[in-house]
Design a protein around this ligand. Structure first.
Ligand code: AVJ
Length: 328
């Protein structure tokens, strides 16, 4: 049985999460246009719906990435080398992790996730699957600064950031996050990151607006969560799911569209929306080959290998922490 030692870095208990959720919802509904951060999708219902999304035929990112992790396992392992502590950002249910841990010879596994429950369950499952592998779960918000466990202070790190989660961030926030992680992982570190590619609009829009309506349910659950947790009375049935490609920002935008004029309260605070007005609930940025490399270089990471031969296209990029040196 592997070692599992917990490290908790969220000051927030359940009440704390509630405070941040409440503040984001009121701020987002008070601004014009209305917007709520996509991170609030993931309560228990939202996390389960996202798992369902990954099984949809239209939602290709999970399949494409898993396919490449499987087919190129030997190549990826050769490029990474043995003896690294694998630090996974937003590990969630850690479904892709065994593919990586099987391929390389890891020194330790450090899942970082804000959901303590998810973290403990998946750490326990991995401890059984990889006996002898030290596992140090860190309960923390990976978008904030995260301290690494003392046990891996002298071990070279491999950041693992699959799923194109980086796509949820606008460029400025994405670069802040990648720079922070370069600092947290250290000079000799590597990063294996999944980034979704720009492709034809039909494929992109179908991936975020599936005919079975699972993504619609995932989007609408945000409103139900507000009603459940923040004492809202939002008439969810009067909202529709919309997913559209924005070519200027190279991203899929998800919105919750008011089907008629709507009034509701959250916590007793009143809001009105005119028919057709939307709440912007998610960005999912896509990157071409040069764009993705630029994003990494701008953040202090030098791309050293790319795997992107799945169809529909999705990129797995291996980058190394850029050494500070004089450059022309
Ligand atoms: C988990 C953020 C990568 O943007 O593709 C899936 C979330 N939203 N369908 C994505 C999501 C709608 C997903 N990420």
């Amino acid at each position: 049985m592997g070692v599992v030692r917990n490290l908790r870095q969220v000051a927030a208990d359940d009440a704390g999460v509630d405070v941040a959720f409440r503040a984001d919802v009121h701020a987002g509904l008070s601004q014009q246009p209305k917007a709520i951060p996509a991170r609030w999708f993931y309560d228990a219902t939202g996390s389960a719906l996202f798992e369902d999304i990954t099984a949809l035929p239209e939602y290709y990112p999970t399949r494409s990435e898993t396919d490449m992790l499987t087919r190129h396992a030997a190549d990826i392992a050769a490029a990474i080398g043995p003896g690294r502590a694998v630090v996974e950002l937003g590990s969630g249910s850690s479904t892709k992790t065994p593919l990586l841990l099987d391929a390389i010879v890891p020194a330790a596994y450090v899942p970082v996730d804000i959901s303590g429950d998810f973290l403990r369950d998946s750490a326990e499952a991995l401890a059984i699957r990889f006996p002898g592998l030290p596992i140090y779960p860190v309960e923390a918000d990976f978008t904030q600064r995260v301290a690494m466990p003392d046990e891996i202070a002298d071990v070279p790190k491999l950041g693992f950031f699959p799923g194109s989660t980086i796509g949820n961030m606008v460029a400025r926030t994405a670069i802040d996050l990648l720079r922070n992680w370069r600092c947290a992982l250290g000079e000799a570190s590597l990063l294996l990151i999944g980034i979704d590619r720009i492709k034809d609009v039909a494929t992109l829009e179908l991936a975020y607006d599936d005919p079975a309506g699972v993504t619609a349910a995932f989007n609408l659950n945000l409103l139900e969560r507000i009603n459940r947790e923040l004492g809202g009375n939002i008439p969810v049935e009067n909202f529709a799911h919309r997913a559209v490609w924005d070519d200027v920002h190279a991203r899929i935008e998800m919105h919750l569209v008011a089907a008629c004029d709507i009034e509701f309260t959250v916590d007793g605070r009143g809001y009105t929306m005119a028919k057709g007005e939307t709440i912007h609930s998610e960005n999912s940025h896509k990157y071409g080959a040069r764009d993705a490399n630029l994003l990494l270089r701008a953040s202090g990471w030098t791309p050293i290998a790319t795997w992107d031969d799945a169809d529909p296209a999705f990129a797995l990029i291996l980058a190394e922490a850029t050494a500070f040196r004089s450059a022309p």
